[in-house]
Design a protein around this ligand. Structure first.
Ligand SMILES: Nc1nc2c(ncn2[C@@H]2O[C@H](COP(=O)(O)OP(=O)(O)OP(=O)(O)O)[C@@H](O)[C@H]2O)c(=O)[nH]1
Ligand SMILES: [Mg+2]
Length: 352
């Protein structure tokens, strides 16, 4: 299951109170104040951790309270500070105060740490209140309360991989076979009307549970899309931030030649954005199970070779090639540095 929202109850520690104490010496019953300050209460922090892709770690434990600060003691001894709590969350996590709706943290960069509940300050011991007119101050402060609040945590995923292709190329089918996402699939063009994300976890294919990447399904593109034809182009913005693209070509299509399917999409990419056109893009031949004409496959292989690419063939129906594709993409993303889902990207852009 892929959890992208969770509510947490968090409490920082109260500060310890300052001590009221006087030095005791044999012949000086009132030896002067020596009450130490109280310790600071522990705070609660969120930390962005690129190894996480979900908020699943918080599925069961949802309440966290940091330690309180200890009381100050005599002999000017400062109370011990309470321990902080650091909660690891995936990149793209947005934390809001449930009551006020205020955004307290948007964690977008690896290792970023934000305090979401501050521990109370320790109270001052009576030593601090000594003056020329008051040599035996009895005043000492209580510790401050730690902050407590309910957090609405939401994960805004950023896709590592964007899908491209004509309508009906099999994009949504691929997403549904690689991830737990269930986009609508149908045998007519423009089935997908909005981008949708799926988390591809390699454990589905016998790999490690922690190895995963995020794929974005978008509506199909058609000729003239860059000028507004069809639906897809307005969504290309969403794949602009991805690390790489998978360009799906339906090899079973009796009408459109692979060369045409590739030419049109490449043209639209170039017309829409140089950023997208320059992005690493792999050609993926789809619907291998329904292939009618072996020449299509050979032509596709040649088109890949012309671009210095290894041809990739898959079938969403038989599952052929899916495991290899999932692992190859994962390896490519790892080789290319941090995944897009752990790059600094504004939350609003990652929204859809
Ligand atoms: N035989 C066969 N059919 C497939 C395969 N993949 C997808 N299809 C069929 O092709 C049609 C379109 O699939 P979708 O996954 O909806 O295609 P899409 O690219 O998301 O289409 P749009 O959202 O309209 O752009 C559906 O009828 C699928 O069942 C495949 O590998 N083999
Ligand atoms: Mg679709």
């Amino acid at each position: 299951m892929f959890l992208d929202q969770v509510q947490l109850r968090i409490a920082a520690g109260h500060g310890g109170s300052g001590a009221m104490s006087f030095r005791r010496e044999k012949f000086a019953p009132e030896g002067g104040p020596d009450g130490g300050d109280g310790g600071k209460g522990g705070s609660v922090f969120l930390r962005a951790n690129g190894a996480l892709n979900t908020l699943n770690p918080y599925r069961h434990k949802r309440e966290f309270a940091a330690e309180r600060g200890r009381q100050g003691e005599g002999c000017m001894r400062h109370g011990k500070d309470g321990l902080d709590i650091v909660l690891d969350v995936p990149l793209g996590t947005v934390a809001r105060d449930t009551e006020t709706g205020e955004i307290l943290a948007e964690l977008m960069a690896e290792g970023e740490v934000v305090c979401v509940a501050r521990g109370g300050r320790g109270g001052l011991g009576n030593t601090n209140f000594k003056s020329s007119t008051n040599r035996t101050p009895r005043h000492h402060q209580p510790g401050e309360d730690g902050e407590e609040r309910t957090l609405d945590m939401e994960l805004k995923l950023i896709a590592d991989v964007g899908l491209l292709g004509f309508p009906n190329a099999g994009k949504s089918t691929l997403v549904s076979r690689l991830s737990a996402a269930r986009p609508k699939i149908a045998g007519y063009p423009f089935t997908t009307l909005e981008p949708q994300l799926g988390v591809v976890s390699l454990d589905r294919f016998g790999g490690d549970l922690l190895d995963s990447w995020v794929i974005a399904d978008i509506p199909g593109l058609i000729e003239g899309a860059a000028e507004g034809a069809g639906l897809g182009i307005q969504f290309l913005r969403h794949v602009e931030r991805t690390r790489m693209l998978l360009h799906l070509v339906d090899l079973s299509d009796p009408v459109t030649e692979p060369a045409e399917a590739i030419r049109v999409i490449e043209g639209e990419l170039a017309a829409f954005s140089p950023v997208l056109a320059a992005k690493p893009r792999w050609l993926v031949g789809t619907k291998l199970d329904a292939l009618q004409d072996d020449e299509r496959k050979a032509a596709f292989t040649t088109l890949c070779a012309e671009r210095g690419l290894k041809p990739i063939f898959i079938s969403g129906v038989t599952g052929e090639g899916l495991k290899e594709l999932a692992f190859a993409v994962d390896a490519a993303l790892k080789a290319g540095g941090p995944k897009a889902s752990i790059q600094a990207v504004g939350a609003s852009e990652a929204e859809a």
